[in-house]
Ligand binder design. Structure first.
Ligand code: IPE
Ligand code: IPE
Ligand code: MG
Length: 242
């Protein structure tokens, strides 16, 4: 039976962030080239996006390409960049049908111009949708974002001290609440430079399932586990029960 019925529908995380990992190994385990895994991963993106919107997630952030991923062989980088274009074009109807807004974080102006343009087109076309925001992290890294914020603050010649709230306003994630739940697939237990500031108090969920095999039910399992964690934010368990 699905674990869906055990989920408290009033406690769905507002923001879920996912490190979509394991496409290459998934393909390799089937004797296929890595790029085959990336293509298959797009199907998971569609499924998880639709399910998230359906259950009331407000923001879904997907780590699609890190600033470190440029170090991969050129043919794989090119394949990922083309996949971005074809996916955005192909999925536009699904996003419109589901009333989902597309946004992006990361150094997107440095993407190849075709990818950049198609991304901007998708963002523009979906900008009035308001059921859920799908945030693609592209050419993104947490350190890049933090340094960007620091440099903007310096450029503004600000002399007053910066607190957490002000600092957050300079991050590319300024508009979004911090993710309550951060998921990584494929068995790797690290953040790989994802949402370093924002994940300070996220519940981290690691699963061995590789991204192409991460399905609707896998998301429910992650949410169920999240709902059964005690988020103490520095307090004691006793304080929370008062
Ligand atoms: C995640 O899968 C997709 C991207 C990083 C773009 P990987 O390509 O990292 O797959 P593995 O980790 O090599 O299996
Ligand atoms: C992290 O995955 C980046 C994305 C999912 C886009 P990687 O597969 O690139 O991470 P590392 O290098 O193994 O840590
Ligand atoms: Mg990987």
């Amino acid at each position: 039976m699905s674990i869906f019925h055990k989920i408290d529908k009033d406690k769905i995380p507002r923001h879920i962030a996912i490190i979509m990992d394991g496409n290459g190994r998934w393909a390799k385990s089937k004797g296929k080239p890595r790029v085959f895994g990336h293509n298959e991963g797009v199907k998971t993106v569609r499924e998880i996006t639709e399910v998230s919107a359906k259950i009331g997630v407000e923001y879904l952030t997907l780590y699609a390409f890190s600033t470190e991923n440029w170090k991969r062989p050129a043919y794989e980088v090119n394949a990922l960049m083309s996949l971005l274009v074809s996916t955005i074009d192909k999925e536009m109807d699904t996003l419109m049908k589901n009333n989902i807004k597309l946004e992006a974080i990361g150094n997107i102006t440095e993407l190849p111009s075709r990818s950049y343009k198609s991304l901007l087109k998708g963002i523009e076309r979906t900008k009035d949708n308001d059921r859920m925001t799908l945030v693609l992290a592209l050419n993104y890294s947490g350190r890049w974002d933090i340094l960007n914020a620091v440099n903007t603050i310096i450029k503004n010649n600000s002399t007053s001290p910066v607190d957490e709230k002000i600092f957050k306003e300079y991050l590319s994630t300024a508009k979004y609440p911090d993710p309550e739940l951060l998921i990584r697939t494929s068995g790797e237990i690290r953040l790989s430079n994802f949402l370093l500031w924002e994940s300070a108090y996220s519940e981290l969920y690691f699963t061995d399932i590789k991204w192409p095999d991460f399905k609707e039910e896998s998301l429910y399992e992650a949410i169920y586990e999240y709902q059964n964690r005690e988020r103490r934010f520095g307090k004691t368990s006793e304080q929370l029960k008062k």
